[in-house]
Design a protein around this ligand. Sequence first.
Ligand SMILES: NC(=O)c1ccc[n+]([C@@H]2O[C@H](COP(=O)([O-])OP(=O)(O)OC[C@H]3O[C@@H](n4cnc5c(N)ncnc54)[C@H](O)[C@@H]3O)[C@@H](O)[C@H]2O)c1
Ligand SMILES: O=C(O)C(=O)C[C@@H](O)[C@H](O)[C@H](O)COP(=O)(O)O
Ligand SMILES: [Zn+2]
Length: 351
Amino acid sequence: MLKQIIQTGKPYPVYIGTGLLARSGNIFTEAIEHLSGKSVVIISDSNVMPLYGSITADSFRSAGCQVYTYEIPAGETSKNWNLLGALLEHLANLQITRSDYLVALGGGVVGDLTGFAASIYMRGISFLQIPTTLLAAVDSSVGGKTAVDLQAGKNLAGTFWQPEAVLCDTDVFHTLSREIFLDGVAESIKYGILRDRQLFLSILNGGLEHTCNDIVAACIAMKGEIVSEDEFDRGTRELLNLGHTFGHAIEACSHFAVTHGHAVAIGIHMAGQTAAKLGICSKECSHDITNALLKLGFSLDCPYSAEELYEVMLRDKKRKGGTIDLILPYAIGDCRIYPVTIEQLKEIMHA
Ligand SMILES: NC(=O)c1ccc[n+]([C@@H]2O[C@H](COP(=O)([O-])OP(=O)(O)OC[C@H]3O[C@@H](n4cnc5c(N)ncnc54)[C@H](O)[C@@H]3O)[C@@H](O)[C@H]2O)c1
Ligand SMILES: O=C(O)C(=O)C[C@@H](O)[C@H](O)[C@H](O)COP(=O)(O)O
Ligand SMILES: [Zn+2]
């Protein structure tokens, strides 16, 4: 089992390995002094609960916890205000107290919703992350961004609330469909393009199928490094949004029919093209990014017009009045924040 510490205001461990789910209760209670004896509410979705709910619940019970479970419908549309409210009411009905724990068992949707609930229930209680998608393992389970979507767009309401610990059992990826696994490949290769050309090449050459734990650990380490520098997303952390200004707009335009990872893949391709057009990176660099995404199996056609995307992009959280921070590649392994005015953004989109 690999262990990393995420150095936020409140440092916390991330455990990565195989066969961990059946031991999750023990691993967490050994790491967290007062967890045994507490109530834990395992929150999961309608696909993951039947697969991994019992093994997780049994493990927490054997470690001395009182276990409750709560299931939400699978899919992005569960990241909404009404479901968040229903979950909070349920916690209150169970008489969950401030010393108890929530456990997010699932992909990024379960993680973002559970983290949000944990951050506001009784003004904040502890939670644990058990990611079950590749995307959640390499990205959403670490760093403490929580959110729900609003009608106007993606993740427009949320908090920063770090988990107490994260446990990532990579065995669970075996039940993912190819498409959902690919969503995680998009967020993984993002890390390579951001800061690590070697990681980019390893993923391109099928590394996630062969040396999965090491690559997951490398992505988490990079996320930890960036988040520890800028926990509250006021500077460097914006880099983690590579491909997201375009990607979030695609998700919103599709009413969330396009998954986050696929939208981010198209967004990374668009970021590469934009950088080449602006003369920030070479044409070869932009082609290498696009070809890598195609080789990995992404379809990069965007079904929405420049106008449609632009309107949604204006609500991006990296907008500061009349400017918006784009994240653009200067080379593979070197991305930077590149502010543009919203007028320039309009021109870029039309080009
Ligand atoms: N907080 C962050 O930093 C952060 C980072 C990246 C993405 N996100 C968010 O994460 C979400 C996307 O996460 P996702 O791609 O995990 O989507 P998801 O949570 O919707 O999971 C995708 C699908 O896979 C199923 N599933 C999950 N684990 C499974 C398993 N082991 N076996 C079989 N099926 C399984 C789910 O039921 C769901 O149908 C988006 O809402 C995105 O905005 C947040
Ligand atoms: O952790 C971060 O910071 C990220 O930006 C990671 C992204 O992959 C993730 O999709 C995040 O939820 C996007 O955040 P947002 O602030 O653009 O809503
Ligand atoms: Zn993302």
